[in-house]
Design a protein around this ligand. Structure first.
Ligand code: 26W
Length: 804
């Protein structure tokens, strides 16, 4: 949409005055943000309406991406760029005395996700809109997103994320589109074998729609987030008048708690009934909404698979399979066989982790009580599946039990997702191979055609164009701006690999971003970092398999080295950590304390003359990542091989010219394939070596420690008072390493140390380093989520692009 600067200025002044009731000079930053965001939302609304009309007119196949998390971050800048008015708005605001960047920073992040899974979902929505694919998100409108993290005395302390406190300008409440979701109750079967769910506790699911703006293509898709509300009586007045105040509001509280808060676990299934309620709540609301709008098209329900795809993002929305069956059989009177055939064609599933503790298993007891009809349907799906297995495996009951969806009083949601979907994909080549050959091998054997790989991607519009405008301008200066439309075009940069001017400009941009980050660190951590040092960044959720512990043990080793020889020739390093730990994950929280304790000791030790600084950035989020990633020299992707399904941060750092120090895990393998061994720094156990260690059960931590005095020294320092007079403080970390080391931290220590020595050598060779940066940027287009989504659309959803 085109708009003139002066028109914008008039519109904005009117909006700001109306919304604030003040002269524009007296308005607050929030007023200025609220007015601008409201205006932008109005500007895009006609495209939003037209997009939906176009999809309905053309009866296009629509994709519904079901995810219990959407980590979208901020919208304003992305929407300004998407509708193509960022520059005129920036100029117009300046002329009115306002600063766009300042206004943008007012917006609260929409932090409705934990990490990789939620952020991937948000990037996929952006790519579907940019590619004019009719793709919509379906999730939960949590009143509280991922907790706000404060570091107090080195410890993580969690605070509620009251992101809706100042009203969310982007969403539109669609009360007329509300549906009822039924919990508890009994199932009655009438004489015709028709099922009825009765005596339920219904909840009203109210949708809030947020526009997902395409990139300069007038396409606006929808993110529909459902909120739980009581159906009628807000509270029980009779109880109230009897003074039973809490009781009077109990029902309201119980209902609204369903969409109250995001569970802050990133890879650990707590199995709480409220979580099960959340999962069924948005799945039932979403599926009912889809079938309602489909039926308006007047096409027979048994053809719905030609018009609707439902994607199940990990197992959390897996009940969509049973919910479709419930509606097809109980409401639409289809036969089981026909309903099942349609459901398989409609549903597809993505697996995001092999960690056993992350795989959802619900106890039959609580499941049956909360969802009696859904349980009956899963029981029947399981019965029919086990019957097939019995035939396939010649009556081998053990095999049947191993693969059964319901077994030993447990419902295995991953198995339901696989059996009920026509496609099962992993999120990186190595991960998908591990699913096929190990974790889900039995299912791969009987459903080979279902299994496929879709390597993750990131939206280069947010993570390069918007987060790193200076680098984007340099790129466009040399190869034009076609890369914004097609990120593979970044490959053209290779032509300038030897161009010193280009190298200089890449270095200047990185330095400018590092200076900006240094200002942020000084303001938020009160630490003055050396902007000429190597900015080495480890930013992701805190988890033992991601091995932040390996990183900090290496830092302690470097510190010891400098203490022994302060005049050592040493390239100054700034080690930056950013990570939230799940509140119930004790050793993860102790690791945050360890990082901050080591940091305090090193940062205040004059003997090492600031050669090392350690910084823990609190409250890691999408918006902080947008400042941190462009300023990074070294990207830490050091998970124990086979544990990180893909990683997506690795791709963001690569795209912003950082050099990756990596294990051959997840998508690091494909980054290596792209840039070659000279442009990534690999270390550690390979997949084969990891599985060999598992098979042999002869992993001997003491032997490794005895052979490596560097390692012995840092491990002893965890409990000998070197770091804290409370020698017990890090005992749990010491014990987990010395007596278990599940993630082979000790085994990979030596090669990790050597990898960092290579980093230092490469960094000292300025031209070599800059070439490594350029090659990583140039090859990063392969990891655009546009490419990933085109593969989903053609290989799984059979969805077409429907441009204006
Ligand atoms: C039930 C608790 C729970 C919550 C979230 C279990 C598992 C999850 C997610 C699947 C964990 C997650 O975010 N996995 C990450 O997904 C990314 C996107 O595919 C991958 O890039 C990461 O490697 C993977 O860890």
């Amino acid at each position: 949409m085109g708009i003139l600067k002066d028109t914008f200025k008039i519109d904005y002044v009117k909006k700001l005055t109306n919304k604030s009731g003040e002269d524009i000079e007296k308005t607050s930053n929030w007023d200025q943000y609220n007015a601008l965001a409201s205006l932008v939302r109005e500007y895009l609304t006609s495209d939003w309406v037209n997009t939906n009309d176009r999809y309905n007119e053309k009866k296009s196949k629509q994709v519904y991406y079901f995810s219990i998390e959407f980590l979208t971050g901020r919208f304003l800048l992305n929407n300004l760029v998407g509708i193509g008015i960022k520059n005129i708005v920036e100029k117009g605001l300046k002329e009115l005395g306002f600063d766009l960047e300042e206004i943008i920073s007012v917006e609260k992040d929409q932090g409705l996700g934990n990490g990789g899974l939620g952020r991937l979902a948000a990037g996929f929505l952006d790519s579907m809109a940019a590619l004019s694919i009719p793709g919509h998100g379906c999730g939960i409108r949590y009143n509280y997103g991922l907790f706000e993290q404060k570091i107090i005395d080195g410890y993580q302390v969690e605070f509620p994320d009251a992101w809706l406190k100042d009203r969310n300008v982007w969403e539109i409440k669609k009360l007329d589109k509300a549906v009822e979701v039924h919990f508890y109750g009994d199932v009655r079967i009438d004489s015709n074998g028709k099922y009825y769910l009765e005596n339920t506790s219904p909840v009203l699911a109210v949708p809030y729609d947020t526009p997902i703006v395409g990139y300069k293509n007038d396409v606006v898709n929808t993110l529909r987030l459902w909120s739980a509300q009581v159906i009628n009586k807000e509270f029980d007045f009779s109880k109230f008048s009897r003074g039973e105040y809490m009781n009077a509001f109990k029902k309201k509280y119980d209902v609204e708690s369903i969409s109250q808060v995001l569970y802050p676990n990133d890879s650990y299934d707590e199995g709480k009934i409220l979580r099960l309620k959340q999962e069924y709540f948005f799945v039932s609301a979403g599926v009912q909404g889809i079938i309602r709008s489909f039926k308006k098209m007047g096409i027979p329900i048994n053809k719905i698979y030609d018009y609707v795809s439902i994607h199940i993002n990990d197992t959390h929305p897996a009940m969509a399979i049973a919910e479709l069956m419930r509606i097809f059989i109980d409401i639409e009177d289809l036969s089981w066989e026909e309903a099942w055939d349609i459901t398989l064609k409609v549903c597809s599933y993505t697996n995001h982790t092999i960690l056993s503790e992350a795989l959802e298993c619900w106890h039959v007891g609580i499941f049956k009580e909360l969802l009696p009809r859904i349980f009956m349907i899963i029981e029947e799906i399981n019965r029919r599946f086990c019957k097939d297995l019995f035939d396939i495996y010649n009556k081998d009951q053990n095999k049947v039990n191993d693969m059964a969806i319901i077994s030993d009083g447990i419902i295995r949601m991953a198995y339901l997702a696989i059996v009920g979907s026509h496609s099962v994909n992993g999120v990186a080549k190595l991960h998908t191979e591990i699913l096929k050959n190990k974790e889900l091998h039995d299912f791969y054997t009987i459903f080979p055609a279902k299994f496929n790989n879709k390597t993750n991607g990131i939206t280069h519009r947010r993570w390069l164009l918007n987060a790193n405008p200076d680098l984007s301008n340099v790129i466009t200066k040399y190869i034009g701006d076609y890369w914004v439309k097609d990120a593979l075009n970044l490959r053209e940069l290779i032509k300038y690999i030897d161009d010193e001017k280009f190298q200089d400009e890449i270095e200047i941009v990185k330095q400018k971003n590092k200076d900006a980050l240094a200002d942020y660190i000084l303001e938020h951590n009160g630490i003055k970092v050396n902007t000429k040092s190597i900015f080495d960044v480890h930013a992701k959720r805190l988890h033992e398999y991601k091995r932040q512990t390996l990183n900090i043990l290496h830092v302690m080793f470097l510190y010891n080295k400098l203490l022994k020889n302060p005049d050592l020739d040493f390239v100054p390093r700034t080690f930056i950590f950013a990570a939230k730990a799940a509140p119930s994950y004790y050793i993860a929280k102790q690791t945050i304390k360890l990082i901050n304790t080591v940091g305090d000791k090193i940062n205040n030790d004059k003997r090492i003359k600031d050669k090392i600084k350690v910084v823990f950035l609190e409250n890691y989020s999408v918006s902080l990542a947008e400042i941190l990633i462009p300023a990074t020299d070294v990207s830490e992707q050091i998970s124990t091989t086979t544990k990180e399904a893909s990683g997506t941060g690795n791709m963001k750092f690569m795209m912003n010219g950082a050099v990756t120090i990596a294990t051959l895990d997840g998508a690091n393998v494909e980054i290596h394939e792209e840039v070659g061994t000279d442009n990534i720094v690999l270390f550690g156990l390979t997949e084969e070596e990891v599985y060999e260690l598992y098979e042999k059960h002869e992993y001997n931590t003491q032997a490794i420690i005895d052979e490596d005095p560097r390692l012995k020294e840092v491990l002893d320092q965890l409990k000998n008072g070197f770091l804290s007079e409370d020698k017990e403080l890090f005992q749990i970390i010491y014990d987990s390493l010395v007596y278990n080391d599940e993630y082979f931290v000790l085994k990979d220590f030596d090669s990790y140390v050597k990898a960092h020595e290579r980093i230092e050598n490469y960094y000292l060779d300025r031209e070599r380093w800059l070439k490594m940066c350029i090659i990583n940027i140039a090859h990063s287009g392969v990891f655009s989520s546009d490419k990933t989504i085109l593969e989903y659309a053609s290989g799984i959803w059979e969805a077409q692009r429907v441009p204006k």
